[in-house]
Design a protein around this ligand. Structure first.
Ligand code: GLU
Length: 530
């Protein structure tokens, strides 16, 4: 395809907007950010944070938030990964303005559907002499690497390699006609300063001699590599800010070089490389192994590896609420500079700024994640939390009216971090204890207790009004009249009703389970524990 590579330097192109679409000047100013995952497996939670920061910035600036699937590396493609990405953002409620599913004016939004666009740009770079064709076989490259320590394909070595700079034009053309495999490499000129302007890290200056002539296109699959596709798409999609993980910082100088080589320096996006997510201990990058070791998910949704069948837990399935995940992630690498910790998505969008993003890594904090979930559980209406609990009760063969379940949720939600902890915290509202917590029995069930509980049972039997308030009044008076110790009575009563020393206010529990059930439980405990 790239036959007519001219030897002469072509004149500078002045046009900086791609001819593929006509966008007026004021449109260009609109903030446009993109999340650009590669579907090579489940999205890491760090990737979700990257997407969130992009989203927040877009919303704050009244701009566009775009999903672009970077799937040019077919060898690393994993089935299901793209759907997983979409499902993650549906769950989190972060909606894209443009995406493969939604479409948009700059599509297609999947790089595998943009092959021709990349080819055209490779051709341009070749025409300008900013890139060249290389025929070196893997064996030849390997030989170089074993001969020269730290071998790098660059200005110092390219003239001894097999490429269009060392071959004649005719030889290059005939090799291509013979369908010999080749790659296109970007030609990095030595001794230049490359400046990356990063909104978090400031101005980063890199000497071009440390860069190598990266492969930007492979004839074998007719696909560009990540770097070229990424830069071309950011430009064509009019991306104004590239907000991504710190792991991409080393690629930034090459991306700047590509922008310049393509004549696009004036529309170069601003960069923001977000701090790495670190292990809870702070030493090194957060990995799936840390999650397995310490028992927390590193993926937003549960994932089953299509090859190994291995299952990895997800935040959703572990009982995290999407709002909690978003609030928690927002604070991993950013802080508002105030004491406020609970933020809605709108509040986050208002408060977010790159000035307050940290340069150093952000330590993952599981306790904080749980704390956030607890806070959002408290904010969730009881009737909403009651729905999954009602389902669980049904699965356990328990029939209870929604109203009761909702009241139970209201009483115990202060004690849970996750909805699935409701059963553990509230099962006694629905089933009488079968056993009694041993240490509580030892501490709370004394010699005189059975007689006292028998007397309490008679007292309860006579009650007409069984509301918590009425019960409390009568029981407290009775305790006083008899000179009992309130703690002794109430703790034994709780043990009989709950089977343990836990739970909310005692009379709220008995009001809910009712008079008959309270009496039954008292009698059963007297019988079992005496
Ligand atoms: N495809 C890259 C990734 O998987 C995109 C990096 C970028 O945002 O430029 O993260």
């Amino acid at each position: 395809m790239f036959h007519d590579q001219p030897a002469r330097k072509p004149k500078k192109r002045v046009k900086r907007i791609s001819e593929t679409h006509m966008i007026s000047d004021h449109m260009q100013q609109k903030t446009r950010v993109r999340f650009a995952p590669s579907p090579t497996g489940p999205l890491h939670i760090g990737g979700v944070r990257t997407a969130l920061y992009n989203y927040l910035y877009a919303r704050q600036q009244g701009g566009d938030f775009i999903l672009r699937i970077e799937d040019t590396d077919s060898a690393r493609f994993v089935p299901g990964a793209e759907d997983y990405i979409q499902e993650t953002f549906d769950w989190l409620g972060l909606s894209f303005d443009e995406s493969p599913l939604k479409g948009g004016p700059y599509g297609p939004y999947k790089q595998s559907e943009r092959k021709e666009i990349y080819k055209e740009h490779v051709r341009r770079l070749l025409e300008k002499g900013a890139a060249y064709i290389a025929f070196d076989t893997p064996e030849e490259l390997e030989a170089q690497r074993s001969q020269t320590a730290n071998f790098q394909y660059d200005a110092s070595t390219r003239m001894r390699m097999c490429n269009s700079l060392t071959l004649t034009r005719e030889e290059t053309a005939s090799r291509m006609q013979r369908k010999e495999q080749y790659v296109v490499r970007i030609k990095i000129e030595p001794d230049r300063e490359i400046v990356v302007r990063d909104m978090i890290r400031g101005k980063v200056v890199i000497h071009s001699s440390v860069l190598d002539d990266k492969v930007i296109y492979k004839s074998a699959d007719e696909l560009p590599t990540y770097h070229l596709a990424n830069v071309v798409d950011d430009h064509l999609m009019q991306i104004t800010h590239v907000i991504r993980g710190e792991e991409w910082l080393p690629s930034a100088p090459l991306h700047v070089w590509l922008y310049q080589s393509l004549g696009w320096e004036e529309s170069m996006p601003q960069f923001a490389h977000l701090p790495l997510l670190l292990k809870p201990e702070g030493n090194g990058k957060l990995s799936k192994r840390d999650g397995d070791r310490l028992g927390f998910p590193v993926f937003p949704l549960e994932w089953e590896d299509p090859r190994s069948g291995e299952r990895s837990s997800g935040y959703r399935e572990s009982g995290y609420l999407p709002e909690a995940v978003l609030n928690f992630l927002a604070f991993l690498g950013w802080n508002p500079g105030t004491a406020q910790e609970l933020f809605s998505l709108d509040e986050l969008a208002d408060a977010f700024s790159f000035d307050r993003c940290s340069k150093s890594g952000a330590k993952f904090d599981l306790e904080k994640a749980k704390w956030y979930n607890h806070q959002y559980i408290l904010q969730t209406p009881d009737c909403i939390l009651a729905e999954p609990f009602l389902r669980e009760l049904q699965e356990r063969g328990i029939v209870a009216p929604m109203e009761t379940v909702t009241r139970v949720v209201a009483l115990v939600k202060e004690r849970i971090h996750f909805v699935h902890e409701l059963w553990e915290q509230a099962s006694y509202f629905f089933v009488a204890p079968e056993s009694y917590e041993e240490k509580t029995v030892r501490k709370r069930w004394k010699e005189e207790t059975p007689d006292q509980m028998r007397a309490l049972t008679s007292l309860i039997r006579q009650m007409d009004d069984f509301t918590a308030v009425a019960q409390e009044k009568i029981v407290m008076e009775w305790i006083q009249q008899n000179g009992y110790h309130t703690g002794n009575i109430m703790n034994a009563f709780r043990l009989a009703v709950v089977g343990a020393g836990k739970g909310p206010h005692m009379f709220q529990i008995t009001e809910l389970i009712g008079k008959e059930e309270t009496i039954r439980r008292l009698e059963k405990a007297i019988d079992r524990l005496s």
